[in-house]
Write a protein that binds this ligand. Sequence first.
Ligand code: HGY
Ligand code: MN
Ligand code: MN
Ligand code: MN
Length: 415
Amino acid sequence: MMPRPEINGERLLARLDLFAAVGATPGGGVNRQALTVGDREARSLLTRLAKARGFSVFQDDAANLFIRMEGRDGSLPPLLIGSHLDSQPSGGRFDGALGTLTAFEVLESLADAAFEPDRPVEVVAWTNEEGCRFAPGCMGSRAFVEGKVPAEWEGLRATDDGSRFNDDRLATIEALAPEIGHRRLGFPVAAYLELHIEQGPSLESAEIPVGIVTGVQGTRWLEVLFEGQTAHAGTTALQFRRDPLKALTRGLAALYETVMPEKDDARFTVGRIAVTPGSVNAIPATASCTIDLRHPDTFVLDQLEEDIRTQLAGAAETESVSFFIRKTVDMAPVTFSEDVVAALQAAARTAGFKTRSMISGAFHDALFLAGHAPSAMIFVPCRDGLSHNEAEYVKPEDSVAGARMFLASVLELLS
Ligand code: HGY
Ligand code: MN
Ligand code: MN
Ligand code: MN
């Protein structure tokens, strides 16, 4: 009788420490932005670990990284599990990495028990989930589902050093090419499962170790630009100014004070703001910002997007400046597969976990995979629900419990 696969908690926790050292920041977090040296170092580390276990490793034209365990019938579409290794510039050591490393720990625990699944099981580390260095987010999973690298990404420039997306994508592929195989973009997948930290407070406050994620809310990113006239700060009377920053701040104040509070389940964030020419004694020529807008309901997103355009255009008119707005990301809300959610609920019963069903406030690669294969997610609690912050933290016992739930779910999906 084959031993039942077991998670090796110590091994997982040691791996989390190992990867937390890649791109480590002084504040205890990580800066492993997509397609940078830090991202490549994490990919190379995971590749070395995978090859040491005898798994085969591949990448595709979007630099997605795959680790394959063979099954009895290699022609069957694999069960795909994973997340991402790229991070925010002041990111935490668990966002993405926990999901990727628990997926790898599941593969290792299957191998430890000489478990031979009917179908292959593959771990994936998706390219550029975060979208902060190159927008949009979830580039790797989107390209995988679409089967191509979208042409409009050709000209993309990195927000940190201005490098070209394609240059960094190809350099990342090149870096591992001698050691691993290459595959075409996109292949049939039996089901996709991703574990991730909740990045919100509800599991921790309810003291529930496992969230069963039934869907993801919608996300839209907008880029806003006001153009006025730069002039002397000391000699230009207020009534003769065409000040784009005054228009931007007036418009944002209206959105913060009146529009957004009416929809308390909406999420409105201005993450980046810039002024040119940026001289202390010159009225700005331009003022620009990014907007991240989220809500579970597409109709409400449409309404809020309309309100944003109206408020900002009105502020531009009041200040006699030009106004431009561009949508760069539009991720519609998704509902995950009822069958996979049911398998997670069955696994939680088998493994003895109390769970809570919830939708995700953050977007994830599973949002795109949901359009390609039956998909769902598992959440684990993180301290104070804090994420996209160097202080992001998951209790060791919660990381291990999440991995055990992940293994139980994989065994359920393979049964
Ligand atoms: O922004 C997001 O929702 C994801 O965490 N990158
Ligand atoms: Mn993430
Ligand atoms: Mn993130
Ligand atoms: Mn994600």
